[in-house]
Write a new protein. Structure first.
Length: 37
């Protein structure tokens, strides 16, 4: 969750209710946006 919060500037409380699938999807989006491999 920290990587998503850092990239998109969202508080962890915003993601607390998300399903694991949603977290995984947004984590991948954060990775791509940050230029990570």
């Amino acid at each position: 969750m920290a990587d998503i919060a850092a990239v998109f500037h969202w508080p962890p409380s915003e993601m607390a209710a998300w399903s694991l699938a949603e977290l995984m999807d947004w984590r991948e989006r954060a990775r791509l946006r940050s230029g990570g491999e």
